[in-house]
Ligand binder design. Sequence first.
Ligand code: ADP
Ligand code: MG
Length: 414
Amino acid sequence: MDINLTEKLKQYFGFDKFKGEQERVIRSLLEGNDVFVLMPTGGGKSLCYQLPALIMDGTAIVISPLIALMKNQVDVINGISEDSGLAHYLNSSLNKSAIDQVKKDVREGRTKLLYVAPESLTKDDYVDFLKSPGVKVSFYAVDEAHCISEWGHDFRPEYRRIRPIINEIGKAPVIALTATATDKVRIDIKKSLGMPDALEFKSSFNRPNLYYEVRPKTDGVDKQLIKFIKANHGKSGIIYCLSRKKVEELAEVLRANDIRAAAYHAGLDTQTRSETQDNFLMEEVDVIVATIAFGMGIDKPDVRFVIHYDIPKSLEGYYQETGRAGRDGGEGVCIAFYSHKDLQKLEKFMEGKPVAEQDIGRQLLQETAAYAETSVCRRKFLLHYFGEDYPNENCGNCDNCRNPKEKVEGREEL
Ligand code: ADP
Ligand code: MG
């Protein structure tokens, strides 16, 4: 295919060149292949389906899990052209007349990208519409494809129904995209989406500007945190805690110490959450203390530290959460506090769950514990977890490389 893609890139997005594998991904999709894209957060996955959607005939169906993200992407696409009807979304936030308008635009072939929430896609009404004769699907994009897998960090059962629904609407190439690159997740995605022959593109998951450190969790954690934050005065950071209660408590403690901190968790009402998010983006607040409900889709480029007050449930989640630091390429300090007691607490939480889920949960937890206890390079360990070989002996940017230990040094045994 001899389309000048660089020209199109410039025309639609104003960028001079492609990042990483973008161009090869796009060509493969344009040639009619199923494509599987593994790129870390910030790698530029959206463009891999946005650009071909704008070029190809028909409408690309983009399946994406978050309504807030969807709106944001649609606004971006519609901002790049005089013709503001290029992208639309269908989800539960729209009323009947808005939905009718979207359907009309799609039928008239004006809509190049149609974002659909997975739970909307499973509704008969939408399926009937998408398979009606007036609608021409150019391809399907499954964003955040790890949601298909129980081994991912954000399992959504509706994602499992995507393939049967695609078959019903009508076959077209599928592009699956994720920043989750463990083998188990990768295999699950290809299987569930029925794309055994998909062309795979994987870029490195290394984030050289992120510094990784694990500290033993002792009684003085709050003091350590306050000291750290004060030493980094005015910088933006996120502190993750496991429970909502801890989030509230810690935010209170920080505020009592004159730190501009705010709490964020799914138990707060929508308005409070969106205000907190805005305050963080506008730097009215320096530190967000949050559960993992905070972060997905928040694109603050200069987050300077991500601290895990409690050990995360999986390394996958840990990588995603720390990945929110230093997106601008600048400094990003990632510190996790670890204790054997927390590990036991997490294991206890799992007891009421179905056996299969417990097995998965325990295995993921064990890998996190191994990361916390290792004396090898943390970067090497993390990358190995994503099936990537880190060739350097010393990364120079993790605690173990900066201060090599004499094997295990008074750490708690598992
Ligand atoms: P991902 O979904 O992989 O996390 P995004 O698609 O959100 O990443 O892209 C991350 C950022 O990179 C966005 O701000 C996007 O505009 C930018 N970007 C993507 N492709 C390019 C490119 N070729 N040149 C410059 N910036 C790009
Ligand atoms: Mg993305």
